[in-house]
Design a protein around this ligand. Structure first.
Ligand SMILES: Cc1cc2nc3c(=O)[nH]c(=O)nc-3n(C[C@H](O)[C@H](O)[C@H](O)COP(=O)(O)O)c2cc1C
Length: 192
């Protein structure tokens, strides 16, 4: 196989989700974060709506405290769980950067929201693959308040926009093996 294919295939197959608490606290240079964001910007986009938006936190603990506080404000009384609050507050303690990925609806209504979500997902994957190529560990989370409307308004996005996830980036001492459960043959229908 040609070297470009084998390089990209190794990066794609080696990308693994590594939980933020399994990161080691080492900092990623901001220039590398900017470089992987530039890869995100080259995702395919229907009608050039380029719907991906990224909020970069150089200090993950700042976002995590805000995330925990959002949780507190929206779980009054018996719904509040101190362990959940604590987990949210300390989730990023060992990450280097947090990037919130958001789909911002463009002004071409003929392009359905799912296409904007698809384009933003491609942008996120570009970013994750760039991270992998730089030996940066990553974790895409939709946990906590990520998908709640309160998070969207906290980030100052509109109702028609979609928070796609919280991306934790850092370094790890160990990178786990990947696995797939459903055989690839079951996912592909070759029509002759
Ligand atoms: C849209 C999306 C949201 C995800 N949200 C979470 C999450 O909230 N919590 C979690 O543990 N993993 C989450 N993941 C990561 C998956 O669990 C992970 O990709 C899966 O286990 C496969 O592992 P791999 O990425 O190492 O191949 C998410 C992945 C995607 C694509």
């Amino acid at each position: 196989m040609d070297t470009t294919f084998s390089t990209i295939s190794a990066v794609i197959k080696n990308r693994r989700s590594i939980k933020a608490f399994a990161m080691n606290g080492n900092k990623i240079p901001n220039g590398q974060i900017a470089a992987i964001l530039e890869l995100a910007d080259w995702a395919p986009t229907h009608g050039y709506t380029e719907p991906w938006r990224f909020i970069v936190y150089e200090n993950p603990q700042e976002f995590c405290l805000q995330h925990a506080e959002l949780y507190r404000q929206n779980s009054m009384g018996d719904n509040f769980n101190a362990t959940t609050y604590n987990n949210l507050q300390h989730q990023g303690d060992k990450a280097s950067h947090i990037i919130i990925a958001v789909m911002k609806r463009g002004n071409l209504p003929k392009i359905p929201a799912f296409e904007e979500i698809a384009a933003t997902s491609c942008a996120i994957q570009n970013l994750l693959l760039g991270a992998t190529a730089l030996n940066i560990a990553s974790f895409w989370s939709t946990g906590g308040m990520a998908l709640k409307p309160e998070m969207k308004s906290f980030l100052q996005f509109a109702e028609e926009d979609q928070v796609m996830g919280i991306l934790y980036l850092g370094y790890a001492d160990e990178y786990p093996e990947g696995k797939r459960i459903i055989p690839i043959e079951e996912k592909i229908n070759w029509v002759k």
